[in-house]
Design a protein around this ligand. Structure first.
Ligand SMILES: [Zn+2]
Ligand SMILES: [Zn+2]
Length: 394
């Protein structure tokens, strides 16, 4: 059996948009009716018990990252739809959003067509999903871009996306309304008037930065600018014009302040207290440590700091003798915490005095000297490589 009307996937189209168009083209006014008719067909390949998990009746639950235990069956259901619609194998999987076991800091990492992005950057699809009326004039489909909080205008047409219906002011959400190019009041969204977006004209080249989702997430957390702020791209663009010198100056600012307010020897002060969570915020810049541009800058800065503050002969501690936690040390060395344990056991890393042996295993207690971690990092040429097996090369 094939669908009577087959339809191709548009470039950058979302899975929900395609399935909705396929259902509508084949005469199903509601997605649930389409899903119901497929259940019969699928029952040969997917057990009855799994059918509604494989293809849920609600469009809002259909994407792969939303399937919990049934994701294997969801993949099977999508493959069957690919056959019925006579589209290329894996083309629905390519436009699906998948879960991964990686993290941008604390944010879960999703993947679409091989591109990793933090879940945090996706708009909540129970709220508004804006559209570009000019794009809708060209093709009646929803672009994945419009699901991203950081995208407030269309890069192709340089106009603002519209969030509300110009006729009845209702929030636009094609998943909830099951309508792609019109509002529930009947207004054709392609007919909406558009505003030229001046930022889009001015920062045409910044779209590249926006595609670097880790950079966006890190900047948002570091500078406290909301991902969906109207001037996000402007602020992001102007910050990264001066990168990394501006960030290095910020790190030096923390350093100067710590020298002024120092109340105890530096070998008893946590790096985190001096540089105010910079290492933990840096985690969200990339789910892959050795590709993390912020960690690279912090590591280079610490190398230079250790050079500026050599170990003192009279055992007088300086700022380069401040203390890192297990997690921070593993982050800087771009390796696992288990590998850091091994370095301790093999005598390459010392534990700060006053720390009981059982405590150094607790990842949040500052126990490792910054100087030693930096020197180990340098001796291994950590940068640019995946050092998950650091000790094997010793
Ligand atoms: Zn457009
Ligand atoms: Zn309306």
């Amino acid at each position: 059996m094939k669908f009577l009307i087959r339809t191709n996937i548009f470039e950058d189209e979302t899975l929900e948009s395609y399935l909705l168009r396929l259902a509508n083209a084949n005469g199903f006014t509601k997605f649930s009716l389409f899903q119901n008719s497929l259940k019969e067909l699928f029952s040969r390949e997917i057990s009855k018990r799994r059918l509604s998990g494989a293809l849920p009746p609600s469009l809002s639950r259909v994407n792969l990252y939303k399937a919990k235990n049934s994701s294997v069956f969801r993949v099977r259901a999508l493959k069957l739809i690919e056959q019925l619609a006579n589209i290329e194998k894996r083309s629905l999987l390519d436009i699906s959003i998948l879960r991964t076991n990686l993290r941008f800091g604390a944010s879960r990492t999703l993947s679409r067509n091989g591109v990793l992005f933090p879940k945090l950057i996706l708009r909540d699809d129970s709220c508004t999903i804006p559209v570009c009326p000019e794009c809708l004039k060209q093709s009646s489909c929803i672009r994945f871009d419009w699901h991203l909080k950081t995208v407030s205008y269309c890069h192709l047409h340089q106009v603002d996306l519209i969030h509300h219906c110009p006729q009845c002011d209702a929030e636009l959400n094609y998943i909830k309304n099951e309508l792609i190019d019109s509002c529930t009041c009947g207004f054709r969204l392609a007919d909406a008037s558009v505003n030229k977006n001046e930022t889009a004209v001015a920062v045409e080249n910044e779209s590249e930065s926006l595609a670097d989702f880790g950079k966006c997430l890190w900047f948002s957390k570091h500078k406290g600018v909301a991902l969906d702020a109207h001037d996000f791209i402007l602020k992001l663009g102007s910050y990264f014009k001066a990168w990394p010198q501006n960030y290095l100056s910020e790190l030096q600012g923390f350093e100067r302040k710590a020298q002024i307010i120092q109340s105890q020897p530096f070998n008893k002060i946590a790096v985190n207290d001096i540089w105010k969570e910079q290492l933990s915020i840096a985690k969200c810049a990339s789910p892959v440590r050795y590709k993390n541009a912020v960690i690279n800058v912090i590591a280079d800065y610490f190398i230079e700091l250790v050079d500026r503050y050599p170990a003192s002969e009279n055992q007088h501690a300086n700022i380069a003798d401040s203390l890192l936690t297990l997690i921070e040390a593993s982050l800087l060395m771009r390796t696992t915490t288990e590998q850091v344990y091994l370095l301790v056991e093999q005598g390459y890393l010392d534990i700060a005095v006053n720390i009981k042996t059982e405590q150094y295993l607790e990842s949040h207690i500052p126990v490792f000297f910054l100087r030693q971690v930096v020197e180990l990092m340098q001796s291994q040429g950590v940068r640019g490589h995946d050092f998950n097996r650091l000790t094997t090369v010793w």
